[in-house]
Design a protein around this ligand. Structure first.
Ligand code: THU
Length: 131
């Protein structure tokens, strides 16, 4: 799957978002090196702090299915006119498993930009800090 296709898949996940509080749907899709893909959407909760971001839903799906060290790229997208940059907590969670991850960040009009997780989280704190 190429980057355009990954972003298109992330965009389809906007429909699955459960966003009764923010009305801000987010879709995500995480591509692994063997071609497997794990999708996600944000899932909100009446106890607001329990909300799950789209990227972390995709992340836990991948890890729980045994894909933790073969990630290639993550696409994340919203419907707004601004790019849907991953929040700090998502950057940190992604960094744990793949500091070199390529991140595609999309916006409502179909455009997206490509960057690296290292750009999004410079000097990140990861597992190596604890050894
Ligand atoms: N959200 C994500 O899904 N990913 C992010 O990286 C940023 C924020 C969601 C959480 C919440 O459901 C909504 O966007 C508004 O914050």
């Amino acid at each position: 799957m190429n980057h355009d296709e990954l972003m298109r898949l992330a965009r389809t996940m906007l429909e699955r978002a459960y966003v009764p509080y923010s009305h801000f749907p987010v879709g995500a899709a995480l591509l692994c090196k063997d071609g497997s893909v794990f999708t996600g959407c944000n899932v909100e909760n009446a106890a607001y702090g329990s909300t799950l971001c789209a990227e972390r839903v995709a992340l836990v799906k991948a890890v729980s299915e045994g894909h933790r060290d073969d990630w290639a790229a993550l696409a994340v997208v919203g419907k707004g006119e601004d790019y849907c940059w991953p929040c700090g907590a998502c950057r940190q969670m992604l960094y744990e498993f793949c500091p070199e991850l390529t991140v595609l960040v999309g916006r409502g009009d179909g455009k997206y930009v490509t960057c690296s997780l290292r750009e999004l989280l410079p000097h990140g704190f990861g597992p190596s800090a604890l050894t």
